[in-house]
Every structure is written in structure tokens, then in C-alpha cells.
Design a binder for this molecule. Structure first.
Ligand SMILES: Cc1cc2nc3c(=O)[nH]c(=O)nc-3n(C[C@H](O)[C@H](O)[C@H](O)COP(=O)(O)OP(=O)(O)OC[C@H]3O[C@@H](n4cnc5c(N)ncnc54)[C@H](O)[C@@H]3O)c2cc1C
Length: 381
């Protein structure tokens, strides 16, 4: 089959990779460069932690297993699954952490209480003696930009693969035609749209309505990520605390998130110096013995479909439709598995029951998309 995948973030690259491995011809079309979008500015915590409803937890659980058993075997340099430690001191956080741990245990997800002394064996972060501490041993963090680059390099060795850098400007879904800004016209048996935050605009070119959360300051879309130099920090995996999330970024760096600060994150502005200071103050309280230097605070743009849930499958139920859509929040957790599952559906024409709640067609019939709450609390993403 001749396939065209539009968008070379973690989702598009994963779809392209899995289609190629199934013997299809793949043209990957990207507007800028591989991993130019959100994939390069992500916290990339691998988990299925606070995913509602249960059908969405099931997808993320598949994503986590895929990283554990497939990606970590093929590209071990792109993922570390040494566990995630979360500790709560604030009353509100203690309550939600208890609720989350109990729910995850009821779903047979690895989650247990540990003492602050046990936490000290697992992480250099200072965990207060009165903290409630949980360990999620299956979780970890990834380097999605690196995975996308490695998989594209691998695909380039195949005569059935080509990468075109040229934005898509037109799509005809019944004929599988894709027009590029340069004037080039492509035609495929199947076209998969994986354009992240451009989904609404690009899908509209094919006559498909697909809302994403509003691009508004103070909403769910934008969030800060602080990149810090921290030589020999000794952190093995993500740590979530009342007011700061931190994860390793190599052996000498960290990525920080403070969700309660995100209300001011604005991609049009340079983050205020007070934001940078706040990140460093919070970090020093947790890692007082490590020397740290802030490199950059970036504003990331989350890829969130209007109702917060994954979108995967054919754009319409019309028999002549050739357009498929793949767009999701938690795209790092989900991308590699989603690529595999969609490539299987495309190849076999067998619907995957796990996708039942996640088809693009739900937006055509929905009168109004329910508002998606901004992630501002520990354990959110
Ligand atoms: C602050 C923050 C924290 C996050 N934390 C996590 C986390 O802990 N765990 C997790 O799993 N996820 C997390 N995410 C989300 C995750 O990073 C994204 O879901 C994922 O990177 C989306 O990948 P994508 O391939 O769909 O989109 P993108 O990476 O944005 O890729 C889309 C690509 O499409 C291209 N494109 C756009 N328009 C066109 C066009 N017209 N023609 C051709 N190409 C086009 C773009 O250039 C881009 O390269 C976080 C995101 C943010 C911002």
C-alpha cells in the first residue's frame, strides 16, 4: 500500500515506522524538521497515572507496556523506567495521592507506599519525614526527540521510505491527494494526519471538524518547562512533590515543571525572571546539595484534542474515505504504541476495540465539546 504520513513528531514518526515495518511504502511529510513541534518541548513522563475514563487508562497502559517491552529493547538510550516517586506534604495533595494510589492498585497498576527512608535510597531529593510517599515502579521518563530522530534515520535506509520537508496545504480525503506548499502533489491509498497542534487547521482543509483546546493563556494548552544544568545530580527518574516536578535530562541536567505557575505561560512572551527564580528556589529546597544553574525556561504547547482524549482512526465512516487522524495528549506515552496499533488497523482493516471511544467521528456528532480542565495539580500532565 502507498501511504502518506503528515507530521514528523513522535506520533507521525511512530505511525510511519510501523507502516514501513509492515511492508508499506511510506512518504513522511513535515513542515519544518523532524520533531519540530511539541515533541521537542515535553516533560515526557512515561506513565498511565491519572487517566480517566478507564478506556483512556487502558490506552496509556498499552503505551507504557510498549515503551517497556519494545522501545526500551530497540532504543534503550531513549527511555529509563526506574520508577517514579511522588511525595505529599500539603493536606490537599495527600488526599489526592491516596485516592490515586488506591485507584491504580484497583486497576492492577504497580503502585505502593514507601517510607521517607526508603525514598532516600531511591532518590537524592530531600523527602520530609512527615511526607506521604508513593512509588510507581513501572514509570519513568523518555527522550522522544531522540527516538523520532533514530527512527527516521533507520527508515531512511529503506528504499520504500521518503521524507519531504514541505508543509501540506491541501488534502482531498476521497482520493488520498495531498498538496504541498511547493506545488508538489502526492497521492496515497491512505493518508495519516499527525500534525499535533495544527490538526484543526489541516483537518479543515479536508472538510473535517476537529477541535483542539483553545490556544489561550491561562488555559490547558501552555505550560512552562525549566531546563537546568545540574552536574551529577544522581536522580534516576521523575519525582513529583507538592510544588515541583523534576526528571533527569541526561546525567547532568534536569527538566522541571511547576504546574501551579502555568497560568501565565504565554508562547508570545519570554518568561518573566520571577518564574525562573521561583523554579530555582523550589529546586534548591528539594536538592540542596546539588549545584544547579538554570539554562532556559520554555513554554510548551500541549497537543490536546478538545475533549482531552485521544483521536485515532478514519476521519469519516464513508467507504471512499482515505484520511486517518492521530492526535493525542500524552503523545509521548502513547505515540509508539499508537503508531503500531494504527498501522495494524490500516493493514488488516480490523478495528481495534481499544479505540472504540477515540474515533475522530465523535466530533462530527458532538453538539458541544466539554471543556477540558487545565492541568494545575500534582500528578496532572
Ligand atoms: C509542558 C508539556 C508537558 C508534557 N508532558 C508530557 C508527559 O509527561 N508525557 C507525555 O506523554 N506527553 C507529555 N506532553 C505531551 C506530548 O509532548 C505531546 O502529546 C507529543 O509530543 C505530541 O506529539 P505529536 O507528534 O502529536 O505532535 P508534534 O510533536 O507537535 O508534531 C507535529 C508535527 O507536525 C508538523 N506539522 C504541522 N503542520 C503541518 C503541515 N501543514 N504539514 C506538514 N507537517 C506539519 C509540525 O511541524 C510537527 O513537527 C507534554 C507536553 C507539554 C507541552
Amino acid at each position: 500500500m502507498k501511504t502518506i504520513v503528515v507530521g514528523a513528531g513522535i506520533v507521525g514518526v511512530s505511525v510511519a515506522y510501523s507502516l514501513l515495518n509492515r511492508g508499506h511504502e511510506v512518504t513522511l511529510v513535515e513542515a519544518e524538521e523532524v520533531a519540530a513541534g511539541t515533541t521537542s518541548t515535553s516533560y515526557a513522563w512515561i506513565n498511565s497515572h491519572k487517566k480517566h475514563p478507564e478506556s483512556y487508562h487502558a490506552l496509556n497502559y498499552e503505551g507504557l507496556k510498549h515503551w517497556t517491552h519494545v522501545v526500551s529493547a530497540q532504543h534503550p538510550e531513549t527511555v529509563l523506567l526506574h520508577g517514579h516517586v511522588e511525595f505529599a506534604v500539603d493536606h490537599g495533595h495527600r488526599t489526592t495521592l491516596r485516592q490515586r494510589l488506591e485507584r491504580l492498585q484497583s486497576l492492577d497498576y504497580a503502585a505502593r507506599w514507601i517510607t521517607p527512608e526508603e525514598a532516600a535510597q531511591l532518590t537524592p531529593v530531600q523527602v520530609p519525614q512527615d511526607a506521604l510517599v508513593a512509588l510507581f515502579p513501572w514509570e519513568g521518563h523518555a527522550y522522544p526527540q531522540q527516538l523520532a530522530a533514530s527512527r527516521v534515520a533507520e527508515m531512511r535506509r529503506s528504499p520504500d521510505f521518503s521524507l519531504i520537508i514541505d508543509p501540506v496545504t491541501a488534502i482531498t480525503r476521497a482520493e488520498g491527494r495531498v498538496g504541498l506548499r511547493s506545488g508538489t502533489q502526492l497521492q496515497g491509498d491512505v493518508v495519516v494526519l499527525a500534525v499535533g497542534n495544527s490538526t484543526t487547521e489541516v483537518a479543515a482543509k479536508a472538510g473535517i471538524q476537529l477541535p483542539m483546546v483553545p490556544k489561550e493563556v491561562g488555559g490547558a494548552a501552555f505550560g512552562y518547562l525549566a531546563y537546568v544544568r545540574a552536574p551529577d545530580h544522581g536522580l534516576q527518574g521523575p519525582v513529583t512533590s507538592d510544588h515541583l516536578n523534576l526528571r533527569p535530562n541526561g546525567e547532568n541536567g534536569l527538566i522541571l515543571q511547576a504546574l501551579d505557575l502555568d497560568a501565565t505561560a504565554d508562547p508570545a512572551l519570554t518568561p518573566a525572571p520571577e518564574i525562573a527564580e521561583e523554579f530555582i528556589d523550589r529546586l534548591q529546597a528539594l536538592l540542596p546539595a546539588v549545584s544547579t544553574e538554570l539554562e532556559e525556561v520554555r513554554v510548551g504547547h500541549r497537543v490536546i484534542p478538545g475533549d482531552g482524549l485521544t483521536v485515532a482512526g478514519p476521519a469519516t465512516e464513508e467507504p471512499e474515505n482515505r484520511l486517518w487522524i492521530a492526535v493525542t495528549h500524552s503523545g509521548v506515552v502513547l505515540g509508539p504504541w499508537l503508531g503500531e496499533a494504527l498501522a495494524e488497523e490500516i493493514s488488516t482493516e480490523q478495528a481495534n476495540p481499544l479505540f472504540r471511544d477515540f474515533r475522530p467521528t465523535r466530533f462530527a456528532s458532538a453538539e458541544q465539546t466539554p471543556a477540558y480542565a487545565a492541568p494545575r495539580n500534582p500528578g496532572d500532565q
